[in-house]
Design a protein around this ligand. Structure first.
Ligand code: DAT
Ligand code: MG
Length: 150
């Protein structure tokens, strides 16, 4: 089953929006399989955002993401990557539609409160950076047939 990494970033922690972010993603029907608070160090941040190295916003991004603890979660379900990204809305909150996490709760691209993996391959890599295999839980939900047809 597909998995995706979600981060409620330091701005979400500071603003008290962690619960709302997790709640909105739970509301999609995706299954929460891992959750913890993490204070990223510079090395971990540079690895997580490695694809953006060299871009003008990179140093600020690393500074921001390491400035305060964040909350990391893994959600599982069919098309988990796409579903979670859709719930978050566009990277720039000004372009994110109402009804999305960023569209409703953020203003600034550099303070967009949430991260979601952008592909299944990147999700696997990102999840392994944040979680040990034994921190990912495998369990059944009785409600599953009411969320997933087959
Ligand atoms: P996303 O988080 O939607 O996957 P991304 O991978 O392109 O977006 O960028 C990672 C983060 O970097 C993004 O959430 C916020 C920051 N960022 C991206 N573009 C930026 C910009 N032009 N100015 C400031 N921060 C930016
Ligand atoms: Mg990205």
């Amino acid at each position: 089953m597909e998995r995706t990494l979600v981060l409620a970033k330091p701005d979400a922690v500071q603003r008290g929006l962690v619960g709302e972010i997790i709640s909105r993603l739970e509301g999609t029907g995706l299954k929460l399989v891992a959750l913890k608070m993490v204070w990223m160090d510079t090395e971990m941040a540079r690895r997580h955002y490695g694809i953006h190295r060299g871009k003008p916003f990179f140093d600020g991004l690393v500074q921001f993401i390491t400035s305060c603890p964040l909350v990391a979660a893994v959600f599982e379900g069919p098309k988990a990557v796409e579903i979670a990204r859709k719930a978050m809305g566009d990277t720039d909150p000004a372009r994110a539609p109402s009804g999305t996490i960023r569209g409703d709760l953020a203003l600034d691209i550099g303070r967009n409160i949430v991260h979601g993996s952008d592909s299944v391959e990147n999700a696997e890599q990102e999840i392994s950076l944040f979680f040990k295999p034994e921190e990912l839980f495998s369990y059944e939900r009785q409600i599953k047939p009411w969320i997933i047809e087959s």
